[in-house]
Design a protein. Structure first.
Lengths: 320, 266, 354
């Protein structure tokens, strides 16, 4: 009896040890130039390893049961053609429409709820509740793509997702088209933006962003000057301004990123005490943005830039 | 000049009667003292007269049932000194005594010169004028008791209800306060109803004693009639000797019968 | 009877009253002046005074301020200072009234569930009424107000049980229970709507950052009604100092006085909380500090609390918006900073006397 158990134990441990080196063959993709910090063991085929914020993540085969707990990652996945590989996205992933939204929470991720869906790849933007460690412990590949600090981060995240989901070429062409669109818009604006100031509103208590942040850098692309950069507390990247400060600075443009969450509109802004004295209000240069577009760092950042450019050109067009 | 009449008073807490059918007559300007063991219902009866607890039965003051009086009117006729009066922190003696004028001041009004004159007079009478501006918390026990008495007198009511007015005082102050009350009674024609646990003092100062036990009147009358060794033994379960001093009233002396004293006995 | 000592005393009281009034008025004026002179945008004192002078009929002076700066002064700073004064005065007076009616120097206007009720109301509005700017009147203050009043009503209904109906201790216990329940409910709702956390939290900490004359007009009638009523009850609060039973025995209904005072104070507090969030410590510190200086007579404490409470909150708001300008420290944080050393002071003083 004892000998039998020992044999069983030996067999089991051998099986466990042997598991990691199983390689599956898959159709080799057209070899794309290895990008960023990704490495492939076979030429663009699986298994692949990407260097995400949680270190090296190995994806063994082309995933067909992806769960995204990050609205931005969801947008990226669908934009690179990996949409049909996605089985579930978190409650706030509301774009595109076809994304399979569920109750899963990106803020309070429940590892059991996630595991119950049998994913073969999970993407998160915040490592809350030790979700990364938990998923790694149950051997679900998890990629941690935190909020981008710059456009370069955005591109590299898109490319990594392309590698990880087997949509390399689509990812590469998305990045290329984003880059060229952005270039084109910057050229169209030319020097015009450099003479203009703007105020970017995060919420009704007047929190703003500096040019150091991701969103601030987007505005900086067209040369706009941010009134929040000079404010006290700007080191955090998200200073709170006061009504007096904003009125005194009298920005040429005002962008509202609190339209969906808090119902702010150009009219409500104009109704604030003393705000009607602002030139931006008088010139109707209070631009409402889609909160979601403004708070994500995915492919739609191009659309965001387009709105900014449109505002700048309108303003310049209407002043002789 | 108001006498009181209590007819079949019942006061119950949570269904249990604490005062169970008490009838007493209190002639005007007399001093009636309620006595009895702890829990007999003395304090409760006083509170009923002061309108502080609901009761069944009739209490009349000068033939007017108090149930028909407004709280304000009642407090103009009856002043109540509780056993443990609350002395508001930081109040001056003057302001504290002035609270006794409340029954006469319009609800949202303030004291008039007359009100203040009454307070001054009372303070004078009770020898508190010198310390009128001191904090009441800084007074000695005797002074504080006089201040509480002053507050009651400021109410200018004919009837004074005193719940254990001497409880916290030393023997000297006990006598002082009770003498003072008796003087005032004679001066101003007050009617006094007191609850006293000290039987000697009760006997020495009250005209009429009412002995309560378990919410009922078990004996009443002149002190010499009520304060007998058998009565006290029966209701207080205490051994005492009642001694009559010539020209000095009754004394109720607790004794310890088993102890033998060598030498001279009493 | 010689009326000389009486009239001497009356004259003395009157003199004290006049002196106090002058001090209080001066404090309010100075704090208002500081409040409108200090701000994220530097406006010179000269131009501010010129602007003020301009408002006096018959005087026209050119202050030299641009339209924008003038708007900052009249539409931002001035209403903010006025509102801070109204809220501070109201909370301090309500706190003093609660201390008197519960005979407890640590009572504050939030005691009977006002704060918890307002917090729950605000949370419900923030979580379940999105798009608040579409409403003709912002629903947040209304919800907070309704919640505050409801909290106190429930406390009173519960306070009916117990040996003595509406006794001070019964009400306080009921208030604790109600506050605990409402706070738990609020936390639960916040958990269900995690995106509301920041907004609710910043509302709770109190802010006067986005107020204008609209908010002043909104709360003014409540402050006048509530404050006026409380001032009427000043003497009765002193009478309440002898306890419920003795107060009843001198001819007032202690339960009735308590109800009236609580109702009036709650009304004013609810209005203050509705526009400015939960600003703590004003209701305790100001009346208590006043008591340490001028004694325990509510006849004086109540009106002086009104004045000093106003000055206190105006200064606190000034600090809140200057220290980290242009960012604003939530005003509740500033008042709390005053709170800790204050209570230590009270503690040390009480140790000296015991």
């Amino acid at each position: 009896m004892r000998r039998y158990c020992l044999l069983l134990a030996l067999l089991l441990s051998a099986a466990a040890c042997g598991g990691e080196s199983t390689a599956t063959t898959s159709t080799a993709d057209a070899a794309a130039t290895p990008v960023g910090e990704t490495t492939t063991t076979e030429d663009s085929g699986f298994p692949v390893t990407v260097q995400a914020a949680n270190g090296a993540v190995e994806v063994v085969e082309r995933p067909t049961a992806i769960i995204s707990l990050s609205p931005t990652s969801t947008e990226m996945l669908f934009a690179i053609g990996a949409g049909d590989q996605v089985i579930a996205v978190d409650e706030f992933s509301n774009y595109p429409d076809e994304a399979p939204t569920t109750d899963l929470s990106g803020y309070e991720p429940n590892v059991e709820a996630i595991a119950a869906l049998n994913p073969d790849l999970v993407i998160v933007s915040d490592d809350l509740n030790d979700i990364v460690a938990a998923l790694t412990a149950i051997q679900v590949p998890v990629i941690h793509h935190p909020a981008a600090g710059s456009l370069e981060d955005t591109y590299s995240q898109i490319e990594q997702l392309g590698v990880a989901t087997g949509n390399l070429s689509a990812a590469a062409s998305l990045v290329a088209s984003m880059q060229s669109e952005i270039e084109g818009m910057v050229e169209a604006v030319g020097k015009v933006g450099e003479a203009l100031t703007y105020y970017y509103e995060l919420d009704a208590t007047l929190f703003s962003v500096t040019s150091e942040t991701f969103i601030g850098q987007v505005y900086a692309l067209v040369g706009l000057e941010n009134i929040a950069d000079a404010a006290g507390g700007a080191e955090s990247g998200y200073p709170q301004l006061s009504a007096e400060y904003i009125i005194d600075a009298d920005p040429d443009l005002i962008f509202l990123a609190d339209t969906k969450c808090c119902g702010e509109t150009p009219d409500t802004v104009a109704a604030r005490p003393a705000w009607d004295k602002l030139t931006a209000v008088a010139n109707q240069m209070v631009i409402p943005l889609d909160d979601d577009v403004a708070s994500r760092w995915g492919p739609r950042v191009v659309a965001l830039l387009a709105e900014i450019v449109e505002a700048v050109l309108t303003l310049e067009g209407s002043t002789p | 000049m108001s006498g009181l009449r209590l007819v079949d008073i019942v006061v119950a807490y949570n269904g249990a009667p604490v005062v169970d059918g008490i009838s007493v007559q209190v002639p005007s300007t007399s001093w009636v003292s309620l006595i009895g063991p702890n829990g007999a219902g003395k304090t409760t009866l006083l509170r009923a007269i002061a309108g502080l607890v609901p009761f069944e039965g009739v209490i009349e003051i000068g033939q007017q049932p108090i149930a028909a009086m407004s709280r304000r009117r009642l407090s103009q006729v009856v002043a109540f000194l509780p056993q443990r009066p609350i002395l508001p922190e930081g109040a001056s003696v003057f302001n504290y005594v002035a609270i006794g004028r409340t029954p006469y001041i319009p609800y949202w009004g303030t004291e008039t010169t007359e009100d203040r004159a009454v307070v001054e007079e009372v303070l004078h009478r009770l020898d508190l004028a010198e310390i009128a501006d001191r904090q009441i918390a800084s007074l000695s026990g005797g002074e504080a008791q006089r201040a509480v008495l002053a507050r009651a007198l400021a109410q200018q009511s004919d009837i004074l209800l005193l719940d254990e007015p001497t409880a916290a005082l030393d023997v000297g102050h006990q006598q002082q306060v009770l003498e003072l009350i008796d003087e005032l009674r004679l001066e101003q024609g007050l009617t006094i109803i007191s609850a006293l646990h000290d039987l000697t003092l009760a006997g020495q100062y009250a005209d009429h004693l009412v002995l309560l036990d378990n919410g009922e009147v078990v004996s009443e009358g002149e002190p010499s009639a009520v304060l007998t060794e058998e009565t006290i033994k029966r209701y207080y379960h205490a051994s005492v000797r009642v001694v009559s001093q010539p020209d000095a009233g009754l004394s109720v002396i607790p004794i310890r019968p088993d102890r033998t004293v060598r030498g001279a006995g009493i | 009877m010689d009326l000389q000592p009486v009239t001497t005393r009356e004259r003395h009281t009157a003199k004290v009253g006049v002196r106090l009034s002058i001090i209080v008025l001066l404090s309010v004026m100075i704090s208002v002046l500081l409040g409108i002179l200090v701000g994220a945008v530097g406006l010179s004192a000269g131009s501010v005074f010129a602007e003020l002078a301009n408002k006096v009929p018959g005087i026209t002076v050119d202050s030299g301020l641009s339209t924008r700066d003038s708007a900052i002064l009249w539409e931002l700073r001035m209403p903010r200072v006025v509102l801070a004064g109204l809220v501070g005065g109201m909370l301090a007076m309500a706190g003093a009234a609660f201390q008197g009616v519960f005979r407890n120097p640590l009572a504050d206007p939030y005691l009977l569930g006002v704060a918890a009720g307002a917090g729950l109301g605000a949370t419900l509005a923030i979580a379940y009424l999105p798009d608040q700017t579409q409403w003709p009147v912002s629903p947040l203050p209304l919800a907070a107000f309704a919640g505050a009043v409801l909290g106190v009503v429930v406390t009173y209904v519960l306070g009916r049980s117990g040996a003595r109906q509406f006794a001070a201790s019964t009400l306080i216990l009921a208030g604790v229970a109600v506050a605990a329940f409402l706070t738990a409910t609020q936390t639960f709702i916040q958990q269900q709507n995690s995106d509301t956390f920041r907004e609710v939290y910043s509302w709770i900490l109190g802010a006067l950052g986005t107020v204008g004359w609209g908010e002043v007009v909104l709360i003014l009638p409540y402050v006048i009604l509530s404050g006026g009523t409380l001032l009427l009850y000043r003497r009765l609060l002193d009478v309440m100092g002898v306890g419920d039973e003795e107060a009843d025995s001198v001819g007032i209904s202690s339960a009735g006085v308590r109800l009236a005072v609580v109702a009036a104070a709650t009304l004013g507090t609810a209005a203050a909380v509705a526009v400015s969030g939960l600003i703590g410590f004003v209701g305790i510190i100001v009346p208590h500090a006043i008591r340490l200086v001028i004694g325990s007579s509510y006849r004086l404490i109540l009106p002086v609390s009104l004045g000093f409470g106003a000055a206190f909150l105006i200064i606190a708001d000034l600090i809140a918006r200057s220290v980290l300008a242009p960012a604003e420290i939530p005003i509740g944080v500033v008042t709390a900073f005053f709170g800790a050393p204050f209570f230590l002071l009270v503690l040390s003083r009480s140790r000296r006397f015991s």
